[in-house]
Write a protein that binds this ligand. Sequence first.
Ligand code: PEP
Ligand code: MG
Length: 576
Amino acid sequence: MHKERIYRGIPASQGISIGRAYVYTRRQININTMALKDGEVEAEVEAINNSIEISLKELNKIHAISIEKIGEKNSKIFEAQIEILKDKIFLDGVIKRIKKEKKSAGFVFNDEIEKLAAIFQKSKNDYIKERYTDLIDVRNRVIRNMKREKLVSKVDENSIIFAHELTPADTILFSRRKVMGYATDTGGVTSHAAIISRALRVPAVVGMKTISKFVTSGDCVIVDGTEGVVIVNPVQETVQIYEEKIKSIKYHDELLFEIANKPCKTEDGKSVEITANIEFVEETEFIKNCGIGLYRTEHLYMEKGDFPSSAEQIQEYTAISAATYPKSVTIRTFDVGGDKILQDYRKEDNPYLGWRGIRISLDRVEMFKEQLKALLISSVKKNIKIMLPMISSVDEVRKARTILSEVKTGLDKEGISYDKKIPFGIMLEVPSAFVLSEELAEEADFFSIGTNDLIQYILAVDRGNELISGMFQQFHPAVIRALRKIIDGGHSKGIKVSLCGEMASVPLAVPVLIGLEVDELSVLPSVFSEIKQTIRAMRLSDAKALVAKILKMPTESEIRNEVEKFYELKIKPKIL
Ligand code: PEP
Ligand code: MG
């Protein structure tokens, strides 16, 4: 019988898990320090160039997964890593040194990265210090890829990971195996592994010094990310104490869930549909009993680095339809382009104004047909809706409909069944589309407003540019008036209007959206209960009066003040 042992570290992500340990050891990288022989230099240069290319592909993929799982803001680290590998001056310097000093590519690359990393390591600021690990992660990836070694990270589902150190990439990739917790020797609360664990809502304890040496894969362990404690081989009484704690956490979660199961109606009886924005099929576990208002399909493309095959798509769409049934799922066709770059294509000066979304689909008709066919084949449960991104004209919708009809005719000929009345809707996110909202409502079965892009395009404010992030204003009068026009345009032709941009997930914005009489809000799963509670706490009549008032206001600050006042007075006192 093993003895119970208790270790303390820094609490990095709240929650408690009891499970089996998986000890993750990263292979040491070996660097060839010998001088190169004549004739070996060219091969070394080629090896490092290839490795950079492979590493960039890997990082782009991990970055995409990360954005899907934990959002853009939390995924910036991968952007920084990608930038290093795109830094021409840095890479030219490495190649020059290989040629001049006749040293191995690994040796020179390591040396140059260490020079950079030393600057970070000396910093007194914890956050900057942590960036040292990120650089070392890039170095290891490049050297590993030069040797064509694969990272081994096979781990049983529901494990608790123990490691000396976890890179952000490790944390993201492990998260796909439903990991229940993390404990690391190194790291602080600002380490990326910690940030990512919090975003994933998985308990984590960091800075445990030598914990990874004292645990063996398969050991029974408890990770308490709230107290910063790890217990290895706990005795029965300890397990019982922690099981009680887990029960109590669950009880509070269930309280929230209780609200989630109550009807989504305002106090004066107006029903509003609330659905979730989902990126991966696995996430449907968290959103039982609710439909999906936006299922982005780009991740299939990003993970593969190319358009997925028909079979891969059918597998994905069928799984998401089954997981959501009997509720419905709105699946958006590929919105590649913008920041989701097509690697093999020409770099564009203005990608957000470029070849993106429906524009690519209508240019690459065969690819589009394949996606529509896969969606139709997966639609037999009749709970899939198809949605087109980046619509800017009536013609685009008509063209897309014609292609859909052709695909349907093909399936009829093959005798393959599908939902003959599959709803075919569009995203309203480009200014020309809101101007034409009535005309577009004649062509589409439903609207879904993408405020992330709509705001960026109406206000000419790049949604990802931190320099002007203060100008990205949800309460800008032009935005509120555009929403009025879109919702009225849709309703004038009797179609439903949903809103699936981040604005729907902001409690403060909810009274405005309800007052504008949007029919559905598709929100981030993490705020689902909060948004529902907000709707249940308000009156439609009050929200409409609020909207009537703010529609006359000329500035963002006036509107924001009015909305904040409304929230404080009419909503806040009524919520938990
Ligand atoms: C939007 O633009 O609001 C939206 C929901 O789509 P995405 O964020 O994928 O562009
Ligand atoms: Mg968009």
